[in-house]
Design a protein around this ligand. Structure first.
Ligand code: WQD
Length: 354
């Protein structure tokens, strides 16, 4: 049902959550009304599914600049627009939120070096505007999408949360800058927060509940899928002369359903314990570019045309998380982040595209 809200944003509402999942019980958390910025985007939409499954109500604010309407679940309330606009944030906050998950941001590290203005506006200024408004509206619980990019060049592996914070791209700096502001707003008694430092987010909902593919991404796995599906002529492999087992870059790919689960647990943790947390979310396993290509070829039965080119600036040879702290505090461990599960969940969506 489409309804008009008092503040002019358009909302859709349906009474009953219908995620298609068996309900998992989270007896410790009371029911909450959770606002989600960027809830139609890639990680946001998967997290919305997990929130609904855990019995929470969800209010999404999204301007569909990169999000996809196909990712909206029928039971969510939608505030359509850019949360950085006063009338949109006012509408969003009028829903009486207990917590906000903040996903709406730009995320391409390379692009952030070419267009720092856009990253400053969206990731820094936009998020500070959100935090100021949450503070004034007394929305206590904030769950923030941070990134392994806050660490910069790994000085040791696996990277834990005590690793020095020396971002080597502006994108990573924007995330660090917000983490520092969250810490201050918490210290001043305004909010409590979870900052979740994702490693390489990958995969799609295994039951096919999320249908909107990410567009124009610079990340490896969507490009591997596009090459396998014939949507692009070839994949460029950025360097095969690293000191790694096959010469190509090694990363810690973490399934987006594992990330979504961690978000719900993080909300439970900060609200139950009245404490902030900053944790890595990774699979603690490294996979090379070549291994991901081979896994895709095996699972899809299609070739992945590829060509070795020069290394990409700023790419470390290897990046692997320690997620021991998330395990300890949240009881979280990646369950679906093996290469086969990640790749097959993606191929299920890409196989029919061209
Ligand atoms: C993975 C591997 C590339 C593309 C980035 C951001 C990081 C985080 C996640 C948000 C590397 C290789 C890639 C291609 C390739 N973002 N590659 N050909 O660079 O590890 O991390 O996304 O938080 O901040 O920097 O991810 O997917 O771009 O690359 O060979 O066309 O694939 O060199 O080894 P990255 P990625």
């Amino acid at each position: 049902m489409a309804i008009l809200t008092p503040f002019g944003g358009r909302s859709i509402q349906n009474p009953a959550p219908n995620t298609g999942f068996a309900q998992r019980s989270f007896p410790e958390i009371g029911h909450m009304r959770v606002g989600v910025t960027g809830g139609a985007g890639y990680i946001g939409s998967h997290t919305v599914l997990a929130l609904l499954e855990a019995g929470h109500e969800v209010v999404i604010v999204d301007d569909f600049s990169t999000g996809d309407r196909q990712n909206l679940q029928p039971s969510v309330t939608l505030v359509e627009g850019d949360f950085k606009k006063p009338e949109v944030i006012q509408n969003f906050l009028s829903h009486g939120l207990d917590a906000v998950f903040h996903f709406a941001a730009l995320k391409a590290a390379g692009e952030s070096m070419e267009q720092p203005e856009a990253y400053s506006a969206a990731n820094v200024r936009g998020t500070l505007f959100l935090i100021e408004n949450l503070s004034r509206a007394k929305v206590r619980n904030v769950v923030f999408s941070s990134s392994a990019a806050v660490y910069g060049e790994p000085q040791y592996l696996p990277v834990d949360e005590s690793h020095p914070l020396v971002p080597i791209n502006y994108y990573g700096f924007t995330k660090l800058c917000i983490e520092q502001n969250l810490a201050w707003f918490s210290r001043l008694g305004r909010i409590r927060y979870a900052s979740l430092r994702y490693f390489n987010a990958a995969g799609y909902n295994r039951a096919g509940k999320i249908k909107g593919l990410e567009r124009n991404t610079a990340n490896l796995l969507p490009l591997v899928m596009e090459a396998a599906a014939g949507m692009r002529p070839e994949l460029l492999v950025f360097g095969d002369d690293y000191q790694t087992r096959d010469g190509t870059g090694i990363r810690d790919y973490v399934h987006v359903e594992d990330l979504a689960d961690a978000h719900v647990r993080a909300l439970e943790f900060i609200s139950d314990n009245n404490k902030d947390i900053t944790v890595n979310l990774g699979s603690e396993t490294g996979m090379s570019v070549m291994e991901m290509i081979k896994t895709t070829e095996r699972i899809s039965g299609r070739p992945v045309p590829s060509r070795i080119v020069a290394r990409r600036d700023g790419d470390p040879p290897e990046l692997i998380a320690s997620s021991a702290l998330a395990h300890q505090l949240l009881g979280w461990k990646a369950r679906y982040s093996d290469a086969d599960t990640i790749i097959s969940s993606m191929w299920n969506l890409y196989r029919d595209k061209k």
